[in-house]
Ligand binder design. Structure first.
Ligand code: NI
Length: 174
């Protein structure tokens, strides 16, 4: 396995819709394993292929156990995931490995059902709520070329991008 380079906004790959995967072969499996390793190295709970410069509909998710409810998702390798059902709404403070340091409140569906193809090329699905539902929506957005600031209204989006530019400037200055 190898660590991949995480692309930082406004890298154009992050705003380009990713292509579906036709055949699940060893190359795809290796890519997913590399994405997972890169996700863990960055202490992320989800990472989508466009975030490492690969414009394919691949992503990994590993949501830890919550304080009260769920036991954690375990590592999920997902190929061509799509949301087939959603319900309710929730606001949660999100971060993104492509926006280091930025945290913003984003409104999303509270529960989702996602269909995808697994590492063996077989159809699979997952029903999720809580943090896992939020994470799945955030990562699937990446596959559509949508980043989390795009889920804000015009004014809040502008403020969030201004804050992110300041964070980047500060990091560059050391
Ligand atoms: Ni993200």
């Amino acid at each position: 396995m190898s660590l991949l380079n995480i692309r930082i906004y406004p890298d154009s790959v992050l705003t380009t819709p990713a292509e579906p995967v036709d055949v699940v072969d060893d190359g795809i499996r290796k890519t997913l394993e590399d994405i997972a390793e890169t996700m863990y190295a960055g202490s992320g709970i989800g990472l989508a292929a466009p975030q490492v410069g690969i414009s394919l509909r691949l992503m990994t998710v590993d949501v830890p156990s919550g304080e009260d409810d769920d036991e954690g998702s375990g590592l999920l390798y997902m190929i061509n995931p799509r949301i087939v059902e959603k319900a309710g709404s929730v606001v949660f403070s999100e971060g993104c490995l492509s926006f280091p340091g930025l945290e913003i409140d984003v409104a999303r569906s509270a529960g989702v059902k996602v269909e995808y193809t697994d590492m063996e090329g077989l159809p699979a699905f997952i029903e999720a709520d809580g943090l896992l539902a939020i994470c799945l929506q955030h990562e699937i957005d990446h596959l559509d070329g949508i980043v989390f600031v795009d889920r804000l209204g015009t004014v809040r989006r502008k403020l969030a991008l201004r804050e992110f530019n300041k964070l980047k400037q500060r990091a560059a200055e050391g």
